[in-house]
Design a protein around this ligand. Sequence first.
Ligand code: 3HC
Length: 699
Amino acid sequence: MSQPTLVSLAVQDGVGVITVNNPPVNALSAGVPEGIATCLATALADPAVQAIVLIGAGRSFIAGADIREFDKGRVTMPIGDGFIDKLDASPKPVIAAIHGYALGGGLETALGCNYRIALRSAKLGLPEVLIGLLPGAGGTQRLPRLIGPKAALDLITTGRHVPADEAKALGIVDEVVEADLLPAAIAFAHRVAAHRPLPQISANASKLAADPGLFDATRKAIARKARNQKAPYNCIAAVEAACTLPFAQGLAREAELFRELETSAESRALRYVFFAEREAAHVPGIPPNTKAPAVQSAAVVGAGTMGGGIAMCFADAAIPVKILEASQEALDRGMARIRANYETSVKRGSLAQDEMERRFARITPVLDYAALADADVAIEAIFEEMAPKQAVFRQLDAVMKPGALLLSNTSALNIDEIASVTQRPDVVAGAHFFSPANVMKLLEVVKGAATSAATMNAVMAMGRAIGKLSVGCGNCDGFLANRSRAPFGMEMVILLEEGALPQQIDKVMVEFGYPMGPVAVGDLAGLDIGWAARKRRAAADPNYRKQPISDRLCELGRFGQKTGAGWYRYEKGDRTPHPDPEVTAIIEQVSAEMGITRRAISDEEILHRLLFASINEACKILEEGIAYRASDVDVMWLHGFGFPRYRGGLMFWADQIGVKTVYEQIQRWHQLYGSRWAPSALLRQLAETGTAFKDAKAG
Ligand code: 3HC
């Protein structure tokens, strides 16, 4: 079989058209940069060619370096032996014709060209920072020369995708066209073929004057978000170099700063996450590329906080949605809450008033199940109790059209028990949204025993259609996300009993990279919900491990931020948690009542006890086949629980410590604390065989 041609040259009407054809996104994999350089040389040598167009075949221009090749050590700078410099030095005009995406090395390639023309639907950007890198193919030197350092810093430190029209306004592209990109690019080439001198970004320093405070101000502005990370700072340093050094020296500085990042733990973790998020889309048992019918209308049962948030997800994605409540009063309250949420976005400036009205108008309040009948999907979002949920599913089963998906937003209850009251358990699945549902990206899609592969596929696709990251898993108490997180929560209260204080735990976890400490998160979410759940569990299970400190706080009406006091004390109208001596006294008193001599607990012990407890549980979940792969655990922790992305996720982080080290520590705690630390069989097996968590196979 002949090798597909990655890059080809054809001459059309005096214009050399270089086409990159490396599906799916025309990444600059081995052979592509070399192919562009070869075709360029051929076009330059051909007297019939007056100008050159560089274009991508398929769905995109060029989406950047091939990220898989970083781990193979191939992508060193400058990628592909200076092919961008060759474009830059071309004596004949080169026009980049952009559709789909021009990202990273792709945009850097286009910046090496003399002109850029784009389809209106195209997106451009330098997203390297999102994978712990900086634009290392000249992007940090050319973009500031083209649009000035301030705008360049914005693009390079956020990694955001810029739509073609904005790119035109910024001066990144010269022309935006509606359709027929290649003919438009060829016509453009004819228009500029004779113009000299050729515009060459590398030779233009006129835009480089920067406000002297710009770079320090940018460092300050990103400090909180960029905590523990190097890439955002190296991006700034590289743009600063563009403003202070001649072009060639600036490129050398860029390469130096790039090399510091290429093999960093941060970049390896972020590259791993890039692929883990894509891998999560594949549910075992569903052949790849199986198309699911698109959800075009939705119904939500329950207009509480979760139900309202879920309805907003559909409305935001332009999908009409009905929302049902048992009484007019509850329905009015729910709709008022949805409206208030939208109004907050309008006040903050993140949503235009007319767009808000359009979205709100897509949500129809109803009181009658019959009104839901023709929706493609119904999602139950009432309180967490089995009998009322089953009652909802009986009603849905009675009215919903054949083929409709029947989903429950339960975060822990048994999907099979819910499905069992219907005549169509094959279309029943869990669709666990995280709070606030309209903001959090994770959708945990739970497969019951009877859930069909087609249903799983359809729910995963529905999640993607409403902008969620869908991750599938099996059915068990708490499913993958909450079950793997539960031991963390339990260990946290035990650490408090043994000697830690809320502020110490929060400090450790914030320094680790969480946006907020777990104890403060409890105050934000409200402690009464967990209290009610504990009472239910304690009533059902005589061996249930009580949490006396948490209970004592709730008995005192300390429910968190909403009551002005929880684990912390709050000033009126202020969400800043203040350590409270009253809480310290309660904690010390409970420790004394439990006969515990409090001790100083190190930060490392706190971090490891919290996270190792969950790693062990995640291994049990993998062992039982509830999780399909370790990377799914990671994706859930990143998007459901705020685990720092640049640490790759719970299991990736554990791999950096080493399976054996984690196992041996868990064994020591097992001996010290007993059964709650019993190591999972899978963990033992991985430690004994020296297998990384990321290579662990689900049971
Ligand atoms: N390298 C390798 N594979 C890539 C890739 C890349 N740069 N970009 C996308 N892919 C793969 C994906 O893994 C996926 O593979 P799969 O089908 O086997 O799961 C496939 O292409 C399609 O990707 P998506 O599912 O993400 O498709 P979307 O249409 O949703 O998104 C995209 C397309 C916006 C281009 C998105 O894939 C993306 O953001 N890609 C990464 C862009 C990027 O970060 N570029 C910078 C790279 S680093 C660089 O250029 C360094 C330079 O400065 C030296």
